[in-house]
Ligand binder design. Structure first.
Ligand code: HEM
Ligand code: NAG
Ligand code: NAG
Ligand code: NAG
Ligand code: NAG
Length: 342
């Protein structure tokens, strides 16, 4: 191989691996109906099953925290790659992948090969909040889809429902997310459900004490005891706040009254002054919550790995890696074929 060709290959690899410049309206020229198409499918989804939009919104968190917002989460396992779907925090828990598939199908019909699965997650999460009664915001787009996924990274990064506030503060700070971001983003639990599996330890054996979490309001705990008896079905679900289909600040009011579902929720009020301050503020001021939530979602959406990517045709599998699809036919003709002959 000629030195010139080597240099060109090297340069191209670097260019492909630099983080994409995200911006609003990224698809205005190339797929002007991209955002409205995502919203239409999300409306169908919420009518079919109200909870599904919460489940889709959660995907943004589980995608972005593990090597950036790159749809690595959506890849199915292959014989040579353990994906993230079966990671500790995801197995028997993440759901509504079929809604993402439906969005992708609609977009591939409209403008094939243009809109990334990573951007679909970001747009759909925004729509989930709006369709549940929250405020709409402008999303930055232009992400690429990963070429791989890591179950191990997901296991190491994603927090357990048992996590306490100081652990969560540290975790979020590793992603440059502030204490306000942590509390506001936890407010996503204003919609959706959680499983008994995620709370039995705090109902019956908090921190190995053989006792329930003392931060729980007694009547709320009795209700959860009936829902989730010892040795009951761990897949039974309860509501994450008192209004699980409405995106509002009820979640924070619930935390103030000891009615948080997960330990990782209640701990934000009950065990750490630095987070309690924000829980109290958001419980009184819904607009402040909405504004901080949007700021947090945009910051979380900015997380990128800087690794090379592609626009997947099917969100569950990487595109086939022929030389041509990787480098582009034009490039191959120009450099790989012509330069060495010259
Ligand atoms: C702060 C750390 C967080 C922890 C420890 C946590 C943990 C959990 C757990 C354990 C569940 C219930 C899963 C189950 O029982 O199957 C859940 C549900 C959910 N989480 Fe989080 N979460 C966190 C932050 C977030 C963030 C940042 C978002 C989104 C921005 C989010 C969105 C959701 C949604 C919408 C649901 C309900 C999903 C459904 O109904 O299918 N969570 N979370
Ligand atoms: C919070 O959790 C971490 C990790 O599990 C633990 O090391 C720490 O002692 C806990 N902090 C408090 C205040 O309980
Ligand atoms: C956090 O910010 C610092 C300084 O701006 C930057 O070097 C680092 O890469 C950021 N970390 C993440 C995970 O974005
Ligand atoms: C509670 O947890 C501790 C430590 O994990 C364990 O040793 C103990 O047997 C558990 N108690 C009950 C009643 O399950
Ligand atoms: C939940 O259901 C799945 C199968 O649908 C099963 O494999 C799993 O063990 C169940 N989980 C719990 C905690 O009961």
């Amino acid at each position: 191989m000629s030195p010139l060709l080597l240099l060109l290959l090297f340069k191209l690899t670097i260019a492909a691996a630099a983080p994409a410049q995200l911006r609003p309206g990224f698809y205005t020229e190339t797929c002007s109906e991209a955002e409205s198409t995502v919203r239409k499918v999300m409306i169908k989804a919420i009518m079919r099953e109200p909870r599904s939009v919460a489940s889709v919104m959660r995907l943004q968190f589980h995608d972005c925290f593990v090597n950036g917002c790159d749809a690595s989460l959506l890849l199915d396992d292959t014989p040579t790659m353990l994906g993230e779907k079966l990671a500790l925090s995801n197995i028997n828990s993440l759901r509504s992948f079929e809604v993402v598939d439906e969005i992708k199908e609609a977009l591939e019909k409209l403008c094939p090969g243009v809109v990334s699965c990573a951007d679909i997650i970001i747009m759909a999460a925004r729509d989930a909040v709006e369709l549940s009664g929250g405020k709409r915001w402008e999303v930055k787009l232009g992400r690429k889809d990963s070429l791989t996924a890591s179950q191990e990274d997901s296991n190491n990064i994603m927090p357990s429902p048992r996590a306490n506030a100081s652990y969560l503060i540290d975790l979020f700070s590793k992603f440059n997310l502030s204490i306000q971001d942590l509390v506001a983003l936890s407010g996503s639990h204003s919609i959706g459900n959680g499983r008994c599996f995620s709370i039995v330890f705090r109902l019956y054996n908090q921190s190995g004490t053989g006792r329930p979490d003392p931060a729980m309001e007694p009547r709320y705990r009795e209700m959860l005891n009936r829902l989730c008896p010892v040795d009951g079905d761990g897949n039974v679900t309860g509501y994450l706040d008192a209004t699980p289909q409405k995106f509002d600040n009820q979640y924070f009011k619930d935390l103030v009254s000891g009615r948080g579902f997960l330990n990782s929720d209640q701990t934000l009020f009950s065990s750490e002054a630095r987070t309690r301050e924000f829980v109290e503020r958001f419980s009184r001021d819904e607009d402040a919550f909405f504004a901080a939530f949007i700021e947090g979602m945009v910051k979380m959406g900015d997380l990128q790995s800087g690794r090379p990517g592609e626009i997947r045709r099917n969100c569950r599998v990487v595109n086939s890696r022929t030389l041509e699809s990787h480098w582009g036919l034009e490039y191959l003709q120009k450099f790989v074929i012509r330069v060495p002959l010259a």
